[in-house]
Design a protein around this ligand. Structure first.
Ligand SMILES: [Zn+2]
Length: 452
C-alpha cells in the first residue's frame, strides 16, 4: 500500500474517533457522513439509511459479473463505541485521535473503528482500480452494535434486506475481531459466538422470628442452595459438546495426547481439573467452549435481620452454545434445581431484556481457505484457527440469513494476545499502525482472492 493510501486511512480513523459516537445515544450519522464524504471524494456511490434521528447506516456495492457467484460483505462493521470510564486513568484524550509510539489511540480504535476504516479504504481502492469481481462486493457499515443492533444491522436486515444483496445468493461476511496471534504462526478467526440469556430466579419463604430458625421456610436458603446446585450441574452434569474444542485444538497442532485429553468427552472433567491448577485461563476457556454455562452473579433477599426471609432472588448470566434456545435453558435450570424447581419462578431480568441465540458458521470451507490465503500473502505459512467467541456481535443477524460470517482481520503478530483482550472496551484503547496496514492489505487480498 502506498503511503498516501495509508495516510488517508489514518485520517479517516482519526475522524471516526473524534466523532465520538458513544452508544447510548450513538449519534452514528456523524461517522456515516464522514465515510460517505470519504467515498464520494473517490467517486464511490453509496447509500445511507437513517434508522432513527441521527442513527445512520451505509451500504456501497460493486456488482459482480456472474449472477450466481457468491459474494463478499465487508461488515457489518459498526461505528458506535462504548462510553469511557475512568477517564483519569487514560494517558491521552480518548476522543482526540492521538498518534504516538506506533499506535493510534482512542475509544473504539480496536472495537472496531480500525476495521471500519480499513474496509472502507480497501473497498475504495478496489473501486479505483476498476475491480471487476465475479460476485458482489458489499460494504456494510452500521450503527448500534454496542447496544444490541436494533438501529443497525438488525434494522437494515428487517427494512432494507434487498440492498444487501444476499436475497438469492450465497454470501460471506468478514467483520470484527479475529486475526490475533494465539501461538507462533497461528491466528484466531471467529467462526461463531455463544448466546446470552439473563434470568432471574425468585424464591418465596414464610415469615417468622429470626431467633428460632429451626425448620423455617427461608427464601434465602433456597436461593443459596439453588446457586450451588446450578454451579455443580454446570461443571458435572450438563451436556457437553466438544465440537468447538476439537476445531480449536486441531488448528493449534497440539500433540496427540493433549488433543485426546481435551476432546474426549469422558476425559474432559479430569483434564479441566488438572488445568485448573496449572493453566487456569485455559481451563476457563475449555469449560466455556464445551457447554452452556450458568453463573449466578447477583443475589438479593430478606428485609430485616430478625425476620425469616420471605423473598430471595438470584440473577443468572447464562451463555449458551450455538443453537441452544430458551427452551433448552429453562429445561436445564429446572433439571439442575431438582425438587427445588417446584418452588422457583423464572423470569426475565428486565422486560424485553437483551438475549441472543448463539450461532456458528463452518470452521472449514473453501471460503476459510481463501481467508487463510489472504493472510499468507502477508505472513507466509500462517494458519487460521477457529474460535467461538463468548460475546454477542452483529454477526448473529447475518448468520440467521444464511450468510457465513467471520471475525477476521490481521493484527500485528508482535502484539501479545493479552494486550488486545485488555484494551477492548478498556483504558488506553489503541491500535498499532502495523495492524492497520496489515488489515487493509488482508481485506484487499481477500476480495481479490475470493472474487476473481
Ligand atoms: Zn464491536
Amino acid at each position: 500500500m502506498s503511503d498516501s493510501v495509508l495516510d488517508e486511512t489514518f485520517s479517516l480513523l482519526t475522524e471516526l474517533i473524534q466523532n465520538k459516537c458513544v452508544n447510548p445515544p450513538g449519534d452514528e450519522m456523524k461517522s456515516i457522513k464522514s465515510i460517505e464524504k470519504f467515498l464520494k471524494k473517490k467517486g464511490v456511490n453509496c447509500k445511507t439509511f437513517e434508522s432513527a434521528p441521527n442513527r445512520g447506516n451505509l451500504v456501497a456495492k460493486i456488482e459482480g459479473l456472474e449472477k450466481n457467484h457468491p459474494g463478499l460483505i465487508f461488515g457489518p462493521s459498526h461505528v458506535d463505541v462504548v462510553p469511557v470510564t475512568k477517564l483519569e486513568d487514560w494517558d491521552v484524550d480518548p476522543f482526540a485521535g492521538v498518534i504516538k509510539d506506533g499506535y493510534i489511540w482512542g475509544r473504539g480504535t480496536l472495537d472496531m473503528l480500525f476495521i471500519v476504516a480499513t474496509q472502507v479504504q480497501a473497498f475504495a481502492k478496489l473501486h479505483k482500480e476498476n475491480f471487476e469481481p465475479k460476485g458482489d462486493l458489499v460494504l456494510f457499515i452500521v450503527a448500534d452494535e454496542e447496544c444490541g443492533g436494533m438501529y443497525g444491522a438488525k434494522w437494515m436486515i428487517d427494512n432494507h434486506f434487498e440492498e444487501l444483496g444476499f436475497k438469492n445468493k450465497k454470501m460471506y461476511a468478514v467483520t470484527e475481531s479475529g486475526g490475533i496471534t494465539i501461538a507462533p504462526g497461528k491466528l484466531i478467526f471467529i467462526n461463531g459466538e455463544k448466546g446470552i440469556f439473563l434470568k432471574r430466579l425468585k424464591f418465596k419463604g414464610t415469615p417468622g422470628h429470626g431467633s428460632m430458625p429451626y425448620a423455617s421456610n427461608n427464601a434465602i436458603l433456597k436461593a443459596s442452595k439453588a446457586a450451588t446446585l446450578l454451579s455443580d450441574y454446570c461443571d458435572k452434569k450438563i451436556p457437553v459438546n466438544t465440537q468447538y474444542l476439537s476445531d480449536l485444538v486441531k488448528g493449534m497442532d497440539m500433540n496427540f495426547l493433549t488433543r485426546f485429553m481435551i476432546t474426549k468427552k469422558k476425559l474432559l472433567p479430569f483434564t479441566l481439573k488438572i488445568l485448573k491448577k496449572r493453566k487456569p485461563e485455559m481451563a476457563k476457556l475449555l469449560h466455556a467452549l464445551s457447554r452452556m454455562t450458568i453463573s449466578p452473579n447477583i443475589v438479593k433477599g430478606g428485609t430485616k435481620t430478625n425476620i425469616i426471609a420471605t423473598d430471595a432472588q438470584l440473577v443468572l448470566d447464562i451463555r449458551t452454545l450455538p443453537g441452544q434456545d430458551e427452551k433448552y435453558v429453562i429445561s436445564h435450570i429446572k433439571k439442575a434445581l431438582g425438587n427445588l424447581a417446584e418452588e422457583v419462578e423464572i423470569v426475565e431480568v428486565e422486560e424485553g431484556g437483551f438475549k441472543s441465540i448463539g450461532s456458528a458458521s463452518p470452521a472449514n470451507s473453501d471460503f476459510v481457505i481463501m481467508m487463510e490465503k489472504a493472510i499468507q500473502k502477508e505472513i507466509p505459512n500462517a494458519k487460521l484457527v477457529p474460535l467461538v467467541a463468548m460475546g454477542a456481535t452483529d454477526g448473529r443477524f447475518l448468520r440467521e440469513q444464511n450468510v457465513d460470517t467471520y471475525g477476521y482481520s490481521l493484527c500485528d503478530p508482535d502484539v501479545p494476545m493479552n494486550e488486545y483482550i485488555e484494551l477492548i472496551h478498556g483504558i488506553n484503547e489503541r491500535i498499532s499502525i502495523k495492524t492497520i496496514e496489515l488489515s487493509l492489505r488482508v481485506y484487499y487480498n481477500l476480495a481479490k482472492e475470493f472474487l476473481t
